[in-house]
Design a protein around this ligand. Structure first.
Ligand SMILES: *Cc1c(COP(=O)(O)O)cnc(C)c1O
Length: 465
């Protein structure tokens, strides 16, 4: 008799006929189960042949493994996570957490029909681009507005519409790269506009712009240095100077503010972030920015400006390829409506609420979670610490926000293993490692995340390595 473990693997038919497998068939489609079973048995045989495995699980063990693997397959890959990184506008973690009002508005248009492109007064076809215009005009002195898929799309459309085949003058210090391969020079090339950089990395004067103006100048552009600051021996042309220069030569001016909000929120201090309505008042012909950065709305690119410029962009055939869907428009409009009242916006829009939550609150929340965790994770070293959170999303690049967090040193497992396992749970927790400790920053942990945060940490801790 051979004790070749390969022979101990149950026959496929025997597994398929087992009561345990039959039970699985009531939960998952049969063809998926068979596929998973075949792959599993292949990998088992491979492991045995390469000498890594000698013990073969029985039918129940196999079926349990098939159940676990199939469960993973039918779960959505895009899922909720808990952000304990302390980076509020975290592009990798989905940027904005929407206000309840925005979610309600999305629910309404998602679960029924809407007047997305229907004019209710006239009973005829309407435009999806009109929905956010009324509120944007109340928030800013814009002549007209257009919402597109994201700000990268907005930048492309502005350049392509206003400067295809022409030169765009921009300061060398503003040839920005935003994460995810958005680079101003590359976008400009694809838009058909010709880059005309002026000045030096650290110093650019309005005279540099003026000297570059010629017959083929199409646009004067300013780009907000969202994710960095140039300090020290520096100079930049002011918004006022650029607008004045554009007027003098009859050349349109464009400011890609990247992020930006409608109010100088009290408590955020002097931020250096552009305030949209003020920049428009200065006289830029066009401004564009993201919906899901400081505004705290769904992903969108918002274009504001003079009627004739925005109208030209609306008629660009590529605009259709970048149009937003009804969920974006519903969520954006609801968020913009909240912005009409700065005080309520600061409370109801999670991004702003997180930036401005008082440090004492965060300490209080951290202390509560620490005492819960200490009770349930005996042996772990858990303490409340002061941390530094940041806004992220290419805004306030060098501002840190005093915050509070938990520091955890596990026992029986390395910090790296613990961190990895936190990411592998049904509700993953994304934390950071600092000085051999796991840090959970409370500024980005939402109140309704707290229970799941505790349960996930406890489950990792109590699970034997
Ligand atoms: C973020 C940013 C963009 C790109 O905006 P998305 O909404 O991410 O497409 C463009 N320009 C600036 C200055 C930015 O900060």
């Amino acid at each position: 008799m051979s004790d070749n473990p390969l022979r101990k693997i149950p026959k496929v038919d025997t597994i398929l006929d087992s009561p345990a497998f039959k039970r699985l068939e009531t939960r998952f489609p049969e063809f998926v189960l068979k596929e998973v079973l075949r792959e599993y048995l292949d990998s088992l045989r491979f492991e045995i042949k390469s000498g890594g495995k000698t013990v073969v699980p029985g039918i129940d063990g196999i079926v349990e493994e098939i159940s676990r693997r199939t469960q993973v397959l039918v779960e959505p890959g895009l899922k909720r996570v808990i952000n304990a990184t302390g980076v509020i506008i975290h592009t990798n973690l989905g940027r904005s957490v929407l206000a309840k009002e925005a979610v309600d508005a999305i629910m309404k248009v998602a679960t029924g029909y809407s007047n997305l492109e229907y004019d209710l007064k006239k009973g005829t076809r309407g435009s999806r681009y009109d929905h956010c215009t009324a509120v944007l005009k109340r928030l800013t002195p814009a002549g007209d507005t257009l919402v597109v898929n994201n700000n990268a799309g907005a930048v492309f459309l502005v350049l392509n519409t206003l400067a295809e085949g022409k030169e765009v003058i921009i300061s060398r210090g503003e040839l920005i790269e935003i994460g995810g391969s958005f680079r101003v020079p590359d976008v400009m090339k694809k838009s058909g506009a010709v880059l005309r950089e002026v000045g030096t990395t650290n110093r650019t004067y309005i005279e540099d712009f003026e000297r570059a103006i010629g017959d083929n100048t199409g646009l004067i552009m300013k780009a907000h240095t969202s994710n960095y600051r140039i300090r020290g021996f520096t100079h930049e042309a002011s918004s006022e100077e650029m607008v004045e220069l554009g007027r003098k030569y009859g050349i349109p001016t464009y400011f890609d503010t990247g992020s930006g909000f409608f109010h100088a929120y009290e408590g955020l201090g002097h931020t250096g972030e552009p305030i949209i309505s003020e920049e428009l008042k200065t006289g830029f012909d066009v401004i564009s920015f993201s919906g899901d950065k400081l505004l705290g709305a769904p992903q969108a690119g918002i274009i504001l400006g003079k009627e004739e410029c925005v109208d030209a962009i609306k008629h660009n055939p590529i605009t259709r390829a970048l149009r937003p869907d009804k969920f974006t428009l519903a969520g954006l409009e609801a968020t913009l409506l909240l912005c009409l009242d700065a005080a309520s916006a600061a409370q109801k829009i999670p991004t702003i609420a997180m930036i401005s939550e008082p440090e004492e609150n965060l300490h209080k929340r951290a202390r509560r979670l620490a005492s819960l965790l200490k009770r349930r994770c005996p042996g772990a070293d858990i303490s409340v610490i002061e941390t530094e959170a940041e806004v992220g999303g290419g805004s306030f690049p060098d501002m840190v926000i005093a915050s509070a967090g938990l520091a955890l040193v596990p026992s029986g497992m390395t910090v790296d293993t613990f961190e990895k396992r936190l990411r592998d749970r049904p509700v993953p927790v994304i934390a950071r490692i600092e000085k051999e400790r796991l840090i959970f920053d409370m500024r980005t942990v939402l109140k309704h995340d707290e229970t799941d945060l505790v349960e996930t940490v406890v489950s990792v801790y109590t699970d034997a390595p």
